[in-house]
Write a new protein. Structure first.
Length: 279
């Protein structure tokens, strides 16, 4: 069994014609150092947006910046601890100097596999802070900028999951935060008056370090082999027996940001191979 995070090529990226996809508009992407965050930052830059990538991993974040620039896009990476309010506030202030903050993609996340009765509370606190509190604060900080834009509009997307719809065992805090992001998107949309939209993207398992790294822990917790985790747990209920590529998820954010999705207000883009809605 060998599953690797694939490289991104420009021909895989959804490129749309949109009046708001211009270098004068800023798109902030969290978790830009790896996986879906990296792919979304690259895709946003390829769509002519001034992209600001945030991540605590400076080495990988700068690698994302280089890939985006090599493809002809404009991207700035800012090393940021999303759990540090002062650093996140400063990152938004720095991003605002580059243009009008118009789009935000809350993607950063982490995983810990354990049952509720064995779950370390320090991991609970960290996951809540990174995956729910940080998206709330980033939304709180950027919405005033969006309201000051020429047309007073903006869009905030959040990376949810099939676990924002259905819960699996041994991932209680991941489940909780993903359900919470759907509520955050709906809350932003309720207050946005049709001008500031928010949405979530829900997928199954993606070829990222986050997903691939949990295979051994899942195998140990369930008493099965790594191959069985992939075949029976990750892909067992999917009608498509292959993990999605990160860029396929990034393309959903690009669509959600565009004028083609103007009625996507508080909604969820469920691209999961039929896991949630078929049996």
């Amino acid at each position: 069994m060998e599953i690797k995070e694939p490289e991104i090529t420009r021909d895989q990226i959804l490129v749309l014609q949109d009046a708001n996809f211009s270098v004068g508009n800023v798109c902030i992407v969290t978790g830009a150092g790896t996986g879906i965050g990296r792919a979304t930052a690259i895709a946003a830059a390829a769509n002519n947006l001034m992209t600001v990538g945030l991540d605590i991993n400076e080495k990988e974040g700068k690698k994302t910046q280089k890939i985006a620039r090599d493809m002809g896009g404009q991207m700035i990476f800012i090393k940021t601890d999303l759990c540090n309010d002062a650093e996140l506030t400063q990152a938004v202030a720095d991003a605002a100097k580059l243009g009008a903050i118009t789009f935000v993609a809350n993607i950063a996340g982490l995983q810990h596999i354990d049952s509720i009765d064995n779950f370390p509370m320090e991991k609970y606190d960290l996951m809540q802070r990174l995956m729910l509190r940080a998206p709330f604060l980033l939304s709180k900080l950027t919405i005033p900028h969006m309201r000051k834009n020429g047309n007073g509009t903006g869009v905030i997307g959040h990376m949810a999951s099939i676990h924002a719809h259905i819960c699996t065992k041994n991932k209680p805090v991941y489940n909780i935060t993903k359900f919470g992001l759907r509520a955050l998107a709906q809350s932003i949309s309720a207050e946005g008056e049709g001008k500031i939209r928010s949405f979530t993207v829900s997928t199954g398992f993606i070829k990222t370090a986050l997903a691939l790294g949990q295979i051994p822990a899942q195998a140990a917790q369930r008493g099965i082999s790594p191959e069985e985790v992939v075949r029976d747990v990750m892909l067992g209920k999917s009608r498509v027996k292959e993990m999605m590529d990160p860029v396929e998820v990034a393309n959903q954010f690009i669509y959600g940001f565009s004028h083609y999705a103007r009625y996507l207000i508080g909604g969820d883009l469920l691209f999961d191979g039929g896991v949630v809605l078929t049996y």
